[in-house]
Design a protein. Structure first.
Length: 118
């Protein structure tokens, strides 16, 4: 596993088997929701080239999604990411993923919004 991907997954606050995804995501929506239900942003990491996938595919779409729903970077309130990696499912708060993507891409959260959020 690439170091950058391992760093992202190490930020998980919960982990489960992928086959339990529906139940675990429902539980995390309640657990992470402070004023209602939190939103799960789901993604599948490819077996190879996952770091590049995070920067080229996930980053632009995630930033656009967060900005459109009003979950402004860098805090990304009310959103967590459900990351499928092989047979495992990792739950990472969107703010933590943005932090790791900032390191990986070299872009600050402000630069991410300028580039992808509009």
């Amino acid at each position: 596993m690439e170091d950058a991907v391992a760093a992202v997954l190490a930020r998980s606050f919960h982990r489960a088997r992928a086959m339990q995804a529906n139940d675990e995501m429902a539980r995390m929506r309640v657990q992470e929701g402070h004023d209602g239900m939190a939103t799960s942003y789901e993604m599948v990491l490819p077996a190879e080239g996952a770091a590049q996938h995070l920067v080229s595919n996930v980053l632009p779409r995630l930033v656009y999604f967060l900005e459109c729903r009003g979950s402004r970077l860098p805090h990304c309130a009310g959103v967590f990411c459900s990351i499928f990696a092989g047979e495992e499912l990792y739950f990472v708060r969107a703010a933590d993923l943005v932090d790791e993507l900032s390191r990986l891409s070299g872009l600050s959260p402000e630069q991410m919004v300028e580039k992808y959020g509009r």
